[in-house]
Design a protein. Structure first.
Length: 424
């Protein structure tokens, strides 16, 4: 038991983090629901070079499971997840957490009209800037889009334009800070605003493109009619969820700035919420070896041996905070999909390989679906890593089977890759 103020070694903190995410814990093989509960949230990403990222954290925790099962839980008749923003990330979140997001939906609506911006920043800046332009240029347009969804939904953003008018890419961007990638059509801006504010939601995906419909036609009435917590209550519960998912973390990791935390809150609000949970005994202040900032352990977090084997998505909740990953695992990791090819060191779609309780290698992977082949273009073990040939070969065989790929091809040429080829 870790007492208040105790120093926790990096190894203990690492095992607590892994255990909090379900690694090394007994479970039923293929139990997607269990994996989702332990991961807490599944980040969505459009890159499909291996497979869609949200499938991978479930696979990493429970092994072979039908991806169609996750589709059903996300967008089917047995829906248990909904899409919204987890921090700044598009994510699949358990339906039980929907009431906790309602204050964010109202904050998103206020944000569009607040010139100084609410500290509860909820809507993407592309939506905020776009809505301010639409309100001036096309008053009533958002209501027309909502009416079209009500009459004809579910619809994609491209189908939601009430008049078919399209902006040209040569049209001036009213706010250059949004960047060219946010030069959305007006219907896309309007429907994303309606999504941020909760009036429409994601009914499904078509070739990964969002399909929108009225929220009351998509989500169960029991969820929509559930009592709504106050903003303060919702924030406390969201930090609890983050703490359970992290096991141990700093204030910044629990609820700090965008890109660092499970759920970002304004600095003063975050400190207040964490202080309340410390006072209640739910968070235990500790010091983690090598970490200057105060850390907090979830009161139910456990330190136990972890003997895991998994290839981790770049967007897995265990490693999406890259600074925390480096502190806990001594593993410097950056995603390379946005890096120009000549500057890539470890490949394009690089997955850390978890073995035992350590990250021991970077494995670049690709699904060549036409050739039914799992391709390994690059393999980079960590300095001093144990021989990973056998465990990695077994993991690749299992992954190829899960992805319905018949072959494995190692095109990497490093010594470790050559040993892997011989083993395979």
């Amino acid at each position: 038991m870790v007492a208040v103020g105790d120093e926790v070694s990096t190894g203990v903190a690492r095992r607590i983090a892994l255990s909090a995410q379900g690694f090394g814990e007994a479970h039923q093989p293929g139990d997607a629901r269990w994996a989702i509960r332990r991961a807490g949230v599944l980040q969505l990403d459009s890159v499909n070079v291996l497979c869609r990222s949200h499938y991978l954290p479930v696979y990493a925790r429970v092994g072979d499971y039908p991806r169609a099962r996750l589709d059903e839980l996300s967008w089917g008749a047995e829906r248990e997840l909904f899409e919204y923003f987890w921090g700044h990330k598009a994510a699949l979140i358990p339906l039980t957490n929907y009431p906790l997001m309602r204050w964010r939906m109202r904050a998103a609506e206020r944000q569009v009209w607040d010139e100084e911006l609410s500290p509860d920043v909820s809507a993407p800046w592309s939506v905020v800037a776009g809505m301010r332009r639409l309100t001036a240029e096309r008053p009533g347009y958002v209501d027309q889009v909502l009416q079209l969804v009500a009459e004809r939904g579910p619809l994609t953003a491209g189908e939601a334009s009430p008049d078919g008018v399209r902006r040209k890419r040569t049209d001036p961007d009213p706010d250059p800070t949004t960047g060219k990638m946010w030069n959305w059509q007006d219907a896309k801006i309007a429907i994303e605003y309606l999504f941020c504010t909760g009036r429409v939601t994601i009914a499904g995906r078509r070739h990964f493109e969002r399909i929108y419909d009225l929220t009351e036609r998509v989500l169960p009435a029991a969820v929509l009619d559930a009592p709504e917590p106050t903003a303060a209550e919702a924030r406390r519960e969201l930090v609890r969820i983050a703490a359970r998912g992290l096991g141990i973390g700093t204030l910044r990791e629990l609820c700090g700035g965008t890109g660092q935390a499970h759920f970002p809150l304004p600095a003063a609000t975050g400190r207040e919420v964490v202080g309340e949970l410390v006072e209640a005994g739910e968070l235990v202040p500790v010091r983690v070896e090598g970490v200057k900032q105060q850390s907090y352990r979830w009161h139910e977090a456990t330190d136990r041996p972890v003997d895991a084997r998994a290839l981790l998505s770049p967007f897995d909740p265990l490693i999406w905070n890259r600074d925390r990953t480096q502190r806990l695992f001594d593993f410097f990791y950056r995603i390379s999909i946005y890096t120009p090819a000549p500057q890539r060191v470890h490949g394009y779609y690089v997955l850390p390989f978890l073995l035992g309780d350590q990250l021991v290698a970077r494995v670049d992977l690709k699904s060549d679906r036409q050739a039914s082949t799992l391709v390994v273009p690059t393999l980079t073990p960590e300095p001093g890593a144990p021989d990973l040939t056998g465990p990695l070969a077994a993991e690749l065989h299992q992954l190829a089977t899960w992805l319905n790929l018949d072959h494995i091809q190692v095109t990497a040429t490093s010594p470790a890759a050559k040993a892997l080829t011989r083993h395979l």
